[in-house]
Design a protein around this ligand. Structure first.
Ligand code: AMP
Ligand code: MG
Length: 490
């Protein structure tokens, strides 16, 4: 039984601030006018052991607006650096977010981070604020990814203020209470490496080992073991992105969590139609972060982290470890793709089979999510042999004509019954994903003061494998094949 506590009796710790003071700056949020709660996330409350019924809207609005702090909170802005689009930028840090403190839950610490909390010493030219458009997208994508089994930061609550913010246009300001076990980025280590603060680099690495990778302390070389664990987790994360068509958009090393969670959601998108070279971020002129590039970018980012860890780990060992990345990625990726196709066994031919499947999706720019769902429904048997019910996939009959016999031949290698496969596939292939035209609709509604669609979509994304009456039209890609470009500004 979960022992729920009310929000009021919550008390945060300040564990990160045990680290040397130049790694952060302590400061309080700058209050926002007329803060209002837009949405509170009962599932995240439950995850934190908080009573979802005690999520008092006024109290949350006070927290979101920077008027109130949880007990024990001593907010701080973290200093980090990072490679942005391949170029090193030493000037980064929490420019608009504050770590309020950490909540102990069942022996682990969960960070409470207020994003949009006002200017900090790391704001550079920025206003320290966030807009409703991007905050709402970040609030929901955390749920969408989590419920597809892809690690991501989440958020306890989303709030809006009467303060208007200038981006490409004037927009309502907003904040989120971001929740994650970890806010340490690759860029934290890069900052300490490039400023030659190698003693503090070791202190930070020891902190990370103790807090997030205690099992690595047993290894012969704990730092190398931690680097391996980060590499594996990052590989598993991006494998999930590829299998579900998620595009992060700004994979700078300051946006890479050392816990392998999808982090700092900006111009992200789920691709509507399969397109290997899709780019949505209009700042990404060179397509550095194109959909199909993402696994390679993670490797590049891990190399940047490895470089920063050279004072602690022998270079040759780091290189060997980086060479293992493709193995970690391929294993995780094939597993994800097999799961989506209902393949419980692994067969030596799977790699090629899956490569051809992806090429087929790409050449047809297929609206692949409803297709996976239809393939799940279509699992049946004839004379004890697995077959695909052609009626279920009729909408794709031309595209699938040659492929279905191949798929059926592959299914014949399986020992699992078609009924069991169907059941598993229906829990793997969602009916609903957070498509970009959905977020656009939600932003339009929210900016007009209608938050009901956000409440609806929170529930949908937390139960994406179920049917949701009245929302069927959002299952399909929009008619236009033109990509909706997204702005980095948030
Ligand atoms: P991002 O592109 O969101 O990962 O941000 C890159 C860097 O710019 C980080 O150091 C952010 O804290 C900072 N930043 C982004 N937007 C703002 C803003 N509106 N005000 C201050 N700093 C910002
Ligand atoms: Mg960032």
């Amino acid at each position: 039984m979960t022992q729920w506590q009310p929000l009021q009796s919550l008390s945060l710790e300040n564990d990160f601030s045990r680290l040397p003071g130049h790694l952060y700056t302590r400061l309080d949020p700058t209050p926002l006018p007329d803060p209002r709660l837009v949405s509170a996330n009962p599932k995240v409350a439950e995850m934190l052991g908080l009573d979802p019924c005690s999520l008092d809207p006024e109290l949350l609005a006070g927290l979101l607006g920077g008027h109130q702090l949880p007990q024990g909170a001593q907010p701080l802005a973290m200093k980090y650096a990072g490679h942005q689009f391949g170029i090193y930028n030493p000037q980064l840090g929490d420019g608009r977010g504050l770590l309020l403190g950490e909540q102990p839950v069942n022996g682990e610490l969960w960070d409470w981070h207020l994003k949009g909390a006002g200017q900090t010493p790391y704001s550079r030219m920025g206003d320290g604020r966030a807009v409703l458009r991007s905050s709402l997208r970040e609030y929901l994508i955390g749920e969408a990814l989590t419920h597809l089994g892809i690690p991501s930061t989440r958020a306890l609550a989303l709030g809006v203020t009467s303060q208007k913010i200038l981006r490409e246009r004037v927009e309502p300001g907003a904040t989120i209470l971001r929740i994650s076990r970890c806010h340490v980025r690759f860029g934290h280590f890069e900052h300490l490496f490039y400023t030659r603060q190698h003693d503090d680099l070791k202190l930070l690495a020891d902190y990370c080992l103790q807090r997030w990778y205690p099992e690595c302390l047993e290894a012969e070389n704990p730092y190398l073991a931690m680097f391996r664990a980060i590499s594996k987790r990052s590989a598993e994360m991006v494998a999930g992105w590829i299998a579900y068509g998620f595009l992060h958009g700004v994979m700078n090393t300051d946006n890479m969590s050392i816990l392998g969670e999808t982090f700092d959601h900006g111009p992200f998108a789920f691709i509507d139609r399969w397109k290997e070279d899709a780019v949505y971020n209009h700042t990404d002129q060179e397509s550095r972060y194109a959909f199909e590039q993402q696994p390679y970018v993670i490797h590049w980012n891990l190399s940047a982290l490895g470089q920063a860890l050279t004072p602690l780990i022998d270079v040759e060992l780091l290189k060997e470890e980086l060479n293992r990345y493709s193995g970690y990625y391929n294993k995780a990726y094939l597993q994800r793709m097999r799961d989506r196709l209902g393949l419980a066994l692994s067969d030596p031919g799977d790699k090629d089979f899956i490569r051809r499947w992806r090429a087929l999706l790409n050449s047809n720019q297929a609206d692949f999510n409803p297709l996976y769902r239809a393939l799940s429904e279509a699992q049946t048997e004839e004379d004890g042999k697995p077959v695909i019910n052609r009626l279920d996939v009729a909408a794709w009959q031309t595209m699938l004509a040659d492929w279905l016999p191949e798929y059926e031949a592959r299914l014949a290698l399986e020992s699992r019954s078609s009924a069991d496969r169907k059941q598993a596939m229906l829990q793997t292939n969602p009916s609903y994903i957070l498509r970009t035209h959905v977020t656009t609709h939600l932003v339009d509604q929210a900016e007009e003061g209608n938050f009901q669609p956000i409440h609806d979509w929170l529930k949908i994304l937390q139960n994406p494998y179920e049917e949701h009456a009245g929302f069927e039209e959002w299952k399909r890609a929009p008619d236009s094949k033109r990509l909706i470009m997204l702005s980095c500004s948030s």
